[in-house]
Design a protein around this ligand. Structure first.
Ligand code: FES
Ligand SMILES: [Fe+2]
Length: 374
């Protein structure tokens, strides 16, 4: 986890009224609930009295009550009532649980990971293609048994698709050979953008493969973007999706994906637009389920046993088409180092400086990749 960043930790609909929810993120147990105004509150999920999870307790208006002795805590984690002392009892000052700064935006709940919370927090990260989109989207979330860096890495390089997802009836990208042409990658602050053509390995030019009609003979123009700290966007001429991988602990991550409506018919009749009311909503919903239940199990099978569990530049021997991975790992290192230096200096940053990376990213040295004929 990179300190001083916004991380999405749950979908908005996962925190319901009067129903505290307990989750694990960043190796910590957290409890979330909505106060009477609908604002999300996030506290450590551990009663200050004797360590019982508050998420097993009940909500009383704006407070959450521990299920063991009924101590009640407010949104700042301060204990405000101890039934055992009576309504006029004086609550000792040390009875409080840590609270976390959260924001609700883009259908997600975001948690600030800094020890210090600046007066002016940066905006939560989101791809402009999704902020500006006005059609229907669908979000879906689950847990995956992999470190989040390895998940981010795996979706950054789509050239595993012809291997890992081969044979899937629903896999629309099955260019035999999985060759990457016309690869380009740029860094814009905290955003890494890349474009390439994933195509069959034959004598045609990349342009010719893009025009082919039969799905197994054609190439796909694909864009893969990473927005720090943990968002990946995949764009192509059929669909746009973003994926978020947030750490649960060193072996697991919380995944959230969000699909837009497909841009044109997919190859499957069931995904074609039908003259049924609500079908536009159903298509991104279905695509999320396909990703979860068809594609992801193949990804997880491929990643099983990967070592080391946590990725880094040193952990891999990257090639030129892994430049998105390389920039992601470099930026991650750099943001962690910046946060450590800041904590060491013990001086609060000036508000405008928080979370904004301004340093130059050093050039990346990777194993040269034999250029493909375009
Ligand atoms: S353990 Fe929570 S009130 Fe005692
Ligand atoms: Fe995959």
């Amino acid at each position: 986890m990179i300190p001083n960043q916004w991380y999405a930790i749950l979908r908005s609909e996962d925190v319901k009224k009067n129903k505290p929810v307990g989750i694990r993120r960043f190796n910590k147990k957290l409890v979330l609930y909505r106060d009477t105004q609908g604002q999300v509150v996030c506290l450590d999920d551990r009663c200050a009295h004797k360590g019982v999870p508050l998420s097993n307790g009940k909500q009383h208006g704006d407070y959450i009550a521990c299920p063991y002795h009924g101590f009640q805590y407010d949104a700042s984690g301060r204990c405000v009532h101890m039934p055992v002392l009576g309504k006029d009892g004086v609550v000792p000052k040390h009875l409080h649980v840590p609270f976390h700064t959260v924001r609700e935006q883009h259908g997600l709940i975001w948690c600030w990971t800094g020890e210090q919370v600046p007066e002016q927090l940066p905006e939560v990260p989101m791809f402009k293609e999704f902020v500006e989109y006005t059609g229907f989207t669908s979000r879906y979330a689950w847990h995956a048994p992999t470190h989040y860096t390895r998940y981010v890495e795996s979706v950054c390089e789509v050239y595993h698709v012809p291997f890992v997802h081969k044979g899937s009836a629903l896999n629309i990208w099955d260019p035999k050979g999985g060759r990457v042409d016309d690869f380009s990658c740029q860094l814009e602050g905290h955003l890494i953008r890349s474009e390439f053509v994933l195509r069959p390995d034959d004598d045609r030019t990349a342009e010719e493969t893009l025009k082919a009609r039969l799905p197994w003979t054609r190439g796909w123009r694909i864009g893969v973007d990473v927005l720090m700290p943990n968002l990946v966007q995949i764009r192509n001429d059929v669909f746009d999706v973003y994926l978020i991988a947030t750490p649960i602990d060193d072996d697991n991550c919380w995944l959230c994906i969000c699909y837009k409506e497909p841009k044109r018919d997919l190859l499957l009749p069931m995904m074609k637009p039908l003259p049924i009311p609500g079908w536009r909503r159903v298509r991104p919903w279905l695509m999320c389920r396909m990703e979860r239940f068809i594609q992801q199990s193949k990804d997880m099978a491929a990643l099983k046993g990967q070592e080391p569990r946590i990725s880094s530049l040193e952990a891999n021997r990257l090639i030129s088409v892994d430049k998105v991975n390389a920039y992601y790992l470099r930026l991650r290192d750099q943001l962690i180092q910046e946060a450590q230096a800041q904590a060491k200096a013990q001086a609060p940053r000036s508000p405008g400086d928080i979370g904004s990376h301004t340093g130059e990213v050093k050039p990346i040295h990777i194993v040269p990749h034999k250029p493909q004929a375009a």
